[in-house]
Design a protein around this ligand. Structure first.
Ligand code: ADP
Ligand code: AMP
Length: 217
């Protein structure tokens, strides 16, 4: 399976990817998670990326493309699910070139559609575990003990870029630069539209049903 998950920040891409990985076994490649790991490890890339990330802008295309093409090489036969990449038409073109070179192709795109007001509250309510990366929500996906990770009992944290001032900028960036990526793929690849405004389990059911319908395994 080689899938791309598109949609605004906070749409539930990471949440659904975890479930897709459980069912299909593909490698989850989240550009945001990889960048956060680079920052935590204080690499050159992490240092270059931090200003863009904290302000809600996009990290330059050349850095992201090199990072993601490198990550994709680690995926075996099970394939991969790209989450948060490509986020610009330039990145989509470069991804096509890299896949052509490797003799691989994308099976389909899942486009998670949702209103800005809903994603804004999903982002501001998101809490993550600094150790395992587990993602919760203060109302929609509560941990068993308030603000504590179920898996490793670490105190949950709010991402800096999930604070309201940055969230507004991330949505602006999405509409100005990332929303066009769907248009780039229309007519080239199957684009599967998903209503991401439903409850988490219902979104998962819709995704599985639509992937089954187009015989993607
Ligand atoms: P993305 O990867 O697209 O930025 P996440 O998967 O991290 O989004 O989800 C953003 C926040 O919204 C998280 O706190 C998550 O628990 C919550 N969430 C995800 N999907 C849903 C949903 N269908 N309904 C309600 N809350 C959701
Ligand atoms: P995410 O976790 O996907 O919401 O990404 C967090 C931040 O990382 C974004 O707001 C961007 O600053 C940066 N980022 C992630 N993916 C990309 C990408 N494909 N292109 C440019 N910047 C990215």
């Amino acid at each position: 399976m080689r899938l791309i998950l598109l949609g605004p920040p906070g749409a539930g891409k990471g949440t659904q990817c975890k479930r897709l990985v459980e069912k299909y076994g593909a490698l989850h490649l989240s550009s945001g998670d990889i960048l956060r790991a680079e920052r935590a490890a204080e690499t050159e890339l992490g240092k270059k990326a931090q200003g863009y990330m904290d302000s809600g802008g996009l990290v330059p295309d050349d850095l992201i493309v090199a990072m993601m093409v490198g990550a994709m090489k680690k995926a075996g036969k099970g394939g991969f699910i790209l989450d948060g990449f490509p986020r610009t038409v330039v990145q989509a073109r470069e991804l096509d070139k890299a896949l052509d070179k490797a003799g691989e192709k994308i099976d389909a795109l899942l486009n998670l559609q949702i209103d800005d007001a809903v994603v804004a509250s999903r982002m501001t309510g998101r809490r993550s575990c600094p150790k395992c990366g587990g993602v919760y929500h203060v109302e929609n996906l509560k941990p068993k003990v308030e603000n504590v990770c179920d898996r490793d009992q670490m105190a949950l944290v709010q991402r800096k870029d999930d604070q309201p001032e940055v969230v507004a900028n991330r949505l602006k960036t999405y509409h100005e630069q990332t929303a066009h990526v769907v248009g780039y793929y229309n007519g080239k690849k199957p684009v599967i539209e998903i209503d991401a405004g439903m409850e988490i389990d219902d979104v998962t059911k819709a995704i599985f049903a639509k992937l089954d319908a187009v015989k993607i395994k």
